[in-house]
Design a binder for this molecule. Structure first.
Ligand code: UD1
Ligand code: UDP
Length: 360
């Protein structure tokens, strides 16, 4: 099977690592990096650390408005697909790179596999929600990470080609946590386990809006513990634009985005995690670290149902209350599979492609 995987942003590098490894055991994978993320600490570090092969094509699209970024990717991905004629295209998650890969493939009648299908926040203001819905509806093979995702797809009329495989982020976490233990990040930052909060934000609703961003930074500054805050470039841009860097409390340690292994170790040892990231909500659940989600909604509703994640939006009082009083201890269900989602995905792809060959 000749398969093209389209990736371009930080979480996609992490998600594709275990799938790519499995895929390459028997098949020919061609990797397209759209170039949506391009800073070393948002891109290359993951290739180096997780052993992801160098992309066959780096389209170097970079940052731009949604239309320009997605449109330019579409044009460039199409050229590669016409040239390479893959049997299947694999896309991940819900970024503009996902949508561009999907549109380019569906117009050329190339079957699409969507890893992380069926996720819904039901919030159409999120660019990711539009990307997810469109990608799911254009895909032939829908690899759902959770039962909720399967139900979401069914409600939108999709039950054929849907496979509950578990979450590939659990695969990569399981494969990496023992390596993360070797991380020197706590030493470098001079922090002790369970004596700090870990924070990340990058959702446009939190970063691009001056009131929300100010509120969040104020709360972090008023926390009674050290806050380690790896700053996403989008957030850095708006903190600078709104002149908010100067008013940040001394307890908040701003650092650059860190590598996957360092970040896993920071998560594992944090007292609590504050985030608006999708992937980090899951990782904190899997690592049994309380997660305070700075959003009004989430795609990962099971983590809330199990009591390990709480939605607080950007309201100061709610966040502070959670910092003091949110102390989950309850049981966890096995929500994200068994850490073998990549193996299942590749098996399904191989069966699908051999059936398609027989049809020809
Ligand atoms: C993107 C995804 C989001 C995902 C996130 C993961 C979309 C619409 N959004 O958001 O779903 O959760 O990645 O991190 O696809 N920038 C740099 N260096 C880089 C990349 C970006 O400085 O290497 C800056 C640029 O100023 C850019 C901004 O960050 O304008 C936003 O980047 P972009 O890729 O458009 O969206 P993200 O916010 O990163
Ligand atoms: N991550 C990382 N370094 C950081 C912050 C996050 O390696 O400084 C990893 C994190 O472990 C998770 C992924 O990035 O696997 C989440 O990506 P992000 O928050 O950018 O996107 P989202 O999941 O919200 O789409």
């Amino acid at each position: 099977m000749k398969i093209i995987s389209v990736i371009g942003a930080r979480p996609q590098f992490i998600k594709c690592a275990p799938v790519s490894k499995e895929l390459r055991k028997k098949n020919h994978e061609i990797l397209i990096h759209t170039g949506q993320h391009y800073d070393y600490e948002l891109s290359k570090v993951f290739f180096d650390q997780l052993g992801i092969p160098t992309p066959d094509y780096n389209l170097g699209i970079g940052s731009a408005s949604h239309g320009k970024q997605t449109g330019t990717m579409l044009v460039e991905i199409e050229k590669v697909l016409v040239n390479e004629k893959p049997d299947v295209v694999l896309v991940y998650g819900d970024t503009n790179s996902t949508l561009a890969g999907t549109l380019a493939s569906v117009k050329l009648h190339i079957p699409i596999g969507h890893v992380e299908a069926g996720l819904r926040s039901f919030d159409r203001n999120m660019p990711e929600e539009i990307n997810r819905v469109l990608t799911d509806h254009a895909s032939d093979l829908l690899f759902a990470p959770t039962q909720t995702a399967v139900v979401n797809l069914k409600k939108e009329g999709m039950s054929q080609g849907v496979f509950l495989v578990g979450d590939v982020m659990y695969d990569v976490l399981k494969q990496s946590i023992h390596i993360a233990r070797e991380s020197q990040i706590l030493k470098t930052l001079a922090i002790q386990p369970k004596e700090y909060f870990l924070a990340t934000i990058h959702r446009p609703s939190n970063t691009d809006n001056i009131d929300n961003l100010t509120q969040i930074l104020d709360v972090l500054s008023s926390a009674d513990k050290k806050v380690i805050f790896p700053v996403h470039p989008r957030t850095k841009h708006f903190m600078k634009k709104y002149g908010l860097e100067r008013s940040i409390g001394e307890n908040v340690q701003l650092i650059k985005s860190v590598s996957y292994f360092d970040f896993l170790w920071l998560e594992q040892n944090a007292e609590k995690i504050l985030t608006d990231s999708g992937g980090i909500q899951k990782e904190s659940y899997l690592l049994k670290v309380p997660c305070i989600t700075l959003r009004e909604n989430t795609e990962w509703v099971e983590t809330i149902e199990d009591g390990w994640n709480i939605l607080v939006g950007t309201k100061k009082e709610k966040i502070i209350d959670a910092l003091h009083n949110f102390n989950p201890t309850g049981n966890q269900r096995k929500l994200f599979g068994s850490g073998n989602a990549s193996i299942k995905i590749v098996k399904i792809l191989e069966e699908y492609s051999s059936r398609n060959f027989l049809k020809l």
